[in-house]
Design a protein around this ligand. Sequence first.
Ligand SMILES: *Cc1c(COP(=O)(O)O)cnc(C)c1O
Length: 390
Amino acid sequence: MFDAQRIVAFSQQETPFYFYDLALLQQTLDAAKQAADIHNFHVHYALKANFNHRLLNAICKAGFGADCVSGNEVKKAVEIGFRSTDIVFAGVGKSDREIKYALTQDIFSFNVESVQELLVIDGLAADQGKKARVALRINPNVDAQTHHYITTGLDENKFGIAQWELPEAIETLRQCQHIELIGIHFHIGSQITDLNVFKSLCVKVNELNNWFDERGFRLRVLNVGGGLGVDYHQPDASLVPDFLGYFSVFANFLERKPGQEVHFELGRALVSQCGSLVSRVLYVKNGIKKNFLILDAGMTELMRPVLYQAYHRIERLDQTESETEMLHYDVVGPICESSDCFGKEVLLPKSERGDLIVIRTAGAYGEVMASHYNLRNEIRYVYSDDIQQS
Ligand SMILES: *Cc1c(COP(=O)(O)O)cnc(C)c1O
């Protein structure tokens, strides 16, 4: 349950801040783990969605692996206590330094995004006298039906190895003495709400799985990435995403060969709903054409609306039953950019300076994207169980 009263209890705190509902996080993690366990699926948490340390600790303790997209994320995962055998490392531009570090940690898999990267990893593994485990990230040209800025699996995207490059990739692999090909990897995009998209992905994975098999590669791992979406419009109606439905698509449509493991990399679906951005109204501007609510939070605290034209539900927190006058507001931040806007024509009870506003479903790709633009303060956050101290 989303507990608005709990946030109100923090209202003496200086705003803006992120509020993390750890009980809801735990409920979400348990649901995901149980649903994955039914099919023996392995789930790695994509650290880039949120690397707040309390969240990471809970996720690690709940038994998830880690999906990293930088050397520092690998380092963070190791420090938090994720087992190196549960860490995967993707990214189109891994530097030598990052690869060397990950090799010293003996991570489970490099998800390799180009033929050239295979050669680089092979050379660096040779220097350390090691054999690197890799999965080829293949661009399956499947349309994720999501915002084009978060689509990653189309021919026009920079990610992964194109299918026409695969013959060259396997020739290269045959020459690489310090690489063991363990599997194939896909990640087609984010905030995917149409499960049919994952069905199409399964069809592609099956085709490619057979293609490798016919060429004598016995793959141990099918890694289908992440991307499961959450409900930004009606968060209270589905605080915990439908993990059962999601995993059952793969259970039904993925053709596993004997001994093959299926791996996932979920980010957004695990942490979105447990996070909210809490802010205060600084000023109200009532105009002829527009009413503006000017908040003390802006794009420097939550960039998704500016970056992806993303929708977030905006609510007045200390709303009383008797309030009847509703107004449409453009809810904006204080940053010197016209795009610094959380929502246009948002219907809210008539508001005034000092009112608390909560921006929902902000646990993923929120705090991690905070910036110092305009020399803004360090982002602040509180946890639901901090309540006693406040
Ligand atoms: C970002 C990312 C994910 C997680 O995506 P979500 O949409 O947050 O589930 C998984 N795998 C890779 C390679 C990524 O870059």
